[in-house]
Design a protein around this ligand. Sequence first.
Ligand code: GCU
Length: 353
Amino acid sequence: MLKKLLTSRSVPPLPHAVSPAEWETLRPEMLKSLQDNVYGRMPAAVPVTSNITERDPAFLANRAIYDKVTISFAYAGRDYSFPVQIIQPKFRRKVPYFITLSFRSSVFDRYLPAEEIVSRGFGIAIVQYTSVAGDDNDFESGLGPMADDRTAPDAPGKIALWAYAASRTADYLLTRPECDAKNLIVIGHSRLGKTALVCGAHDERFAFVISNDSGCSGAAITRGKYGEDIAFITKTFPYWFAPRYAEYADRENALPFDQHWLLALTAPRHLLVGSAVEDTWADPASEFLSCRAASPAWELYGLPGLRSFDRLAVPGEKYHEGYIGYHLRPGAHFMARTDWCRYMDYIAAHRNK
Ligand code: GCU
């Protein structure tokens, strides 16, 4: 049934490979195609320096350490920096960190049950997205100038720049002795879910890549999608993307791929996709189908991708057995405590030893 649904929407298959080695050789081409057509070039990694500007050693009832850190680097002759907030649970030898791309900077936020996350032994690194680069057409401030000439068809959009900042945050986190390098996580909601997927596709140091309600140009299959489409998103948020993406407005069939390519670039690591049933703008069914269509990438490695019934998910269901975890939450577009709990349960069960 799911296969039929994908065929009826003309979703192109993943590039053909017969072995992990062959798949690995396709990775750079797939990334390039996504960069050229959707998100723009990903700037090359450069070394970072860090400076702790604030510390609370007795945070969260003395169960955590809070650090405010400035991450700095030089790129193409210019200096850049952005702030990150770190919450490190105490009394743990190795800490799996969530790098969370966040809308707001407050640790106590409606999208972030920080105390509960820390009490379960996870660390949190908050990258507040507009402190990296504004959510607008301004490419003069923050990391904006890294996009260079925004008239180039493949110039990076803001999603690429926010994703780049999450990777530079990983550079810093990996220098902290308590950071569990085998279980690094990148997570985001909505536009920042799109960003988490782009970051995880490029940066193989992330063991878990999590997209919450990311929808159009995120986890959802574009061809035949309900709700938001390329015409709307490129008109309303042109600066999120490479300028070339707008050429596919009302021409989604001309794209040489669909969004399951982005998901498949996480293989053979873990991918988690959360949808909300009332979030018709993001289109939960298209997010679910995308997980299904990405699964063959994991199967090449002899690993299960999405393990589900051969039908669309129903609200309240979760599929946690495969390397792709999926859940469909009752309710609307939101990053709920339920979503976090699902993700933490999955990671606890699949954590790399
Ligand atoms: C808008 C946009 C979506 C995006 C969402 C968000 O609704 O159309 O693509 O995911 O904002 O980031 O909250």
